[in-house]
Design a protein around this ligand. Sequence first.
Ligand SMILES: [Ca+2]
Ligand SMILES: [Ca+2]
Ligand SMILES: [Ca+2]
Length: 307
Amino acid sequence: MTKESFSILHHGADEYSRNNSREKGSRADGNVAGNKPPFSSNRRCWFLTIFVLLLFIVSLALLIISFQNIFRMKREQKRLNEKVIKYNLLVKKLQDAIEKDRGNVYGKLSDFESNMADLIKNSSHFKNSTQMTVEQSQKEIADLLMKSIGAWTALQSTCANTTGSSGSSDSPCGAKWLALNDSCYYFVLKPMDWFSSKKFCANYKATLVVINSEEEQEFITEQHNSKLFWIGLSDTEEEGNYKWEDGTNFTTTTTFWRTGQPDDYNDNEDCIALDTEKGTWNDAPCNDKYFFICENTTLLLDDINMQ
Ligand SMILES: [Ca+2]
Ligand SMILES: [Ca+2]
Ligand SMILES: [Ca+2]
C-alpha cells in the first residue's frame, strides 16, 4: 500500500468517525429533540465503494507503470543485445581485415626480399659490366695516347728537325719516314720500353727494325749519334734463341754485338738495343726505356701517310 492510499484510508476513517459522532449526537439530540433520522448504512457502503475503487485505480496505475518499466527494460535489453551483436560482427570484420593485411604484409615482404635479391644481382652485373667498360676504355685511351705520342714525336721530329735524318718530301716514304732500298724507317725519339715500342710500330703496320745487312746497320747508325735505340731482336721466348720481329732467320743475318755481349746480365736481358755511337748491339732489360726505330717493308707510301 502506498502512502497516498494510506492517506485516503485514514481520511475515510476520520470521516466515518466524525459522521458516527454526529449520528450519535443527533440521536442524543433526537432523544432530546425527539425525531432526527440516524446515520445511513448506505452512505457507509458508498464511502467504502469509493475507497475500494480508488484503491483499485491506484493499484492498476502502479501495475501499468510496472509493466511499462518492464517493457522499457526489455526494449533496452534488446537494443543492447543488438549492439553487442553488431560489435561482435565489427570485431570479426576487424580480425578478418587484420588477418588479410597480415597476409598482404607477408606477401609484400616476400616480394621485397625477392626484389632486393634481384637488385643485388643486377648491381653485381652492372659492376662487372662497368669494370669491363672501364678496362676497355682504359685500353682504348692507352692506344689513343700511344698514337698521340707518335704523332707528337713525328711533329717534333719534322718541325724542329731534331732527328737530323728526317725524311724529305722527295723521299718515297714521305716526310716522316726515311727510305733505304725497299724499306721505310721511322726514328721515334720518345723513350719507351721494348714491348711498348713494338706496339707503337704495330699501330703503323710496321715492326721494330730488322737489320738484314751491314748496309742497313750502317744506314741506321748514321742517322743519330750517341743514342740507344730498340731494334726488333729479342730472346724473350727462350734464353739465347734470338728472333727477329718479322720472322727473318737470325742465323742468316750478320750480327753487330758489342764485345762481351750478349751477357743476359742478372738473367734479365732479353731485348736488343743499338748503340749508334759505337754501332754495336747490347742485350738489355726489356723494361728499360730507349728510343726506337720502326721499319715497314710492305706498305706503300700512301698507306703509311694515311696513318
Ligand atoms: Ca730490315
Ligand atoms: Ca737474354
Ligand atoms: Ca747485356
